[in-house]
Design a protein around this ligand. Structure first.
Ligand code: ADP
Length: 244
């Protein structure tokens, strides 16, 4: 589903991603961990082309982008629609209801009829436990509920891959569980997911593979058990000791 080769990203002189290679099979859940500043968010943003990589290739669902040459805006838009992104701070439209937030993308970007988008929006919001909050505005929802609207909104575009950038780190602890549950449900349904998170229990329970990033490279990767119980690299051990 995803095949990334030699991905680089710099901001001016700052090299943030220094040659990432990663293959992800369809239906797998990958959890990215690593110290702050190691490039996890930049990596996710490159997958969704919110940042344009400076070198390398990304193949997603058999569509390929090569970043050695300048990329065209049209290609960026169509490539971006293959992925759905869930942000740390929800990024909902504040003046639109939960349902309107979920309908916006399909109607405006994909040209889906209002009626069809509404039906699907209701289904998706019900799936994340918000069937009774369709007409609520973001300010009337808890952080956890807003984040679940964010998940439904990303899913409404029928992405091939869902990307999560620390989806629970802005939430009060008691609101984290419902968001993680919505993510677990997606994983169970076979969605391919790349998740940046500090929720190690989620990683243990749901990830097929855990990737430890440090200073712009993949330092170590393995099953949750390999990474958490038997890390091979000293840097991985240090990081895990620090967060436990
Ligand atoms: P992480 O998600 O692992 O904490 P980030 O990808 O957010 O790491 O950041 C990696 C590095 O890239 C940091 O040094 C950060 O300051 C830098 N960086 C991220 N985005 C930008 C940007 N738009 N412009 C300049 N530097 C950036």
């Amino acid at each position: 589903m995803i095949n990334i080769k030699n991905l680089h990203k710099s901001f001016g002189d700052l090299q943030v991603l220094k040659g990432i290679d990663l293959k992800v099979e369809q239906g797998k859940v990958i959890v990215l961990i690593g110290p702050s500043g190691s490039g996890k968010t930049t990596f996710l943003r490159c997958l969704n082309l919110l940042e344009i990589p400076t070198d390398g290739t990304i193949e997603l669902d058999k569509k390929s982008m090569n970043f050695t040459k300048p990329v065209r805006k049209k290609d960026i838009t169509s490539f971006r629609s293959l992925t759905g992104m869930v942000f740390q701070n929800y990024n909902l439209f504040p003046h639109k209801s939960a349902l309107e937030n979920v309908m916006e993308g399909p109607v405006i970007v994909k040209g889906v009829s209002t009626q069809e988008a509404e039906k699907r929006g209701k289904e998706l919001l019900t799936r994340v436990g918000l069937g009774d909050k369709l007409d609520f505005y973001p300010f009337q929802l808890s952080g956890g509920q807003q984040q679940r609207v964010g998940i439904a909104r990303a899913m409404a575009m029928d992405p091939k891959v869902m990307l999560f950038d620390e989806p629970t780190s802005a939430l009060d602890p008691e609101l984290v569980g419902d968001v993680l549950q919505a993510m677990k449900d997606l994983a169970k349904e076979g969605m391919t997911m790349v998740v940046v998170t500090h929720e190690m229990r989620f990683a243990r329970e749901v990830a097929d593979e855990v990737i430890f990033m440090d200073q712009g490279v993949i330092m170590e990767r393995g099953t949750p058990d390999q990474i958490f119980s038997n890390p091979q690299q000293e840097r991985t051990r240090q990081f895990l000791n620090m967060i436990h």
